[in-house]
Design a protein around this ligand. Sequence first.
Ligand SMILES: [Zn+2]
Length: 313
Amino acid sequence: MALTIGVDIGGTKIAAGVVDERGAILDRVKLATPKDSAQVAATIAEAVGTLRENHEAEAVGLGAAGFVSADRATVLFAANMSWRNEPLRDRIEGLVGLPVVVENDANVAAWGEARFGAGGREDNVVMLTIGTGVGGGVIIDGRLLRGHFGIGAELGHYRVQPGGLLCGCGQHGCLEQYASGNALTRIVKKAAAADPARAEVLLSLGDGTPEGILGSHITAAAREGDPVALEGFTEVATWIGQAMADMTAILDPGVFVLGGGVSEAGELLAAPARERYREVVPATGQRPVADVVTATLGPDAGIIGAADLARDR
Ligand SMILES: [Zn+2]
């Protein structure tokens, strides 16, 4: 069976794996991301070389945070390192001697989930990655949507509130400001400060102050029925549900996959998101609706998706 290598280039770790045609990771290696961006290519090559000592791989797929050119060769702008117009494909091909494709990290995760995870091989899948920020990927008619410049499917910067909160992208009112892990923490801290007695369970998990509330506390408290934590999930899920409804008008997917750290809360997030989505989807009641499911591959989605895109290059 032909094997390929997928590499997830994170801000702190470079995680690489040998992946088979069924999306199974056979072997993996993890290295610290060098502080100096000029050293990152050498570290990727080292990870690939380590895996090739025991496995015959035919190609390498890389997932990088940032804007990647439509020909999957160049990182135009990296989110977590100093790369600008970095010719990453050619650099890695020169170092490892295998064909290489470069893809946006949210796109590779979406591809992995669509093909081998919660997407169930459905041909029309939208994945929303709800972590510190919000990212996403879109698969339409079995193909990854890249757009003309290669930088489409930036779902976190979908404007849900004109004139709303300032976003890191320089615009106002992006989904990321209302539906990310950071947004959830902000909403819950504010509610706990306003009425600490209602957030008793939540506050007991940290240092007792609203400032000490962490994302992990919110999920744990919600599972125990803490009303402030539950309302935080419902608020975030409401924004996600509305965004999914609007995306449906354009994309008509069969499945929405919710991934990222916040989605580890499972139905605490997915159930209210699904409910809101069905309420506000255009022509509600007159049209079939998409499934809303939680991702199943966790942090491995990037490695699996990148490896499969390298096979399918
Ligand atoms: Zn934005």
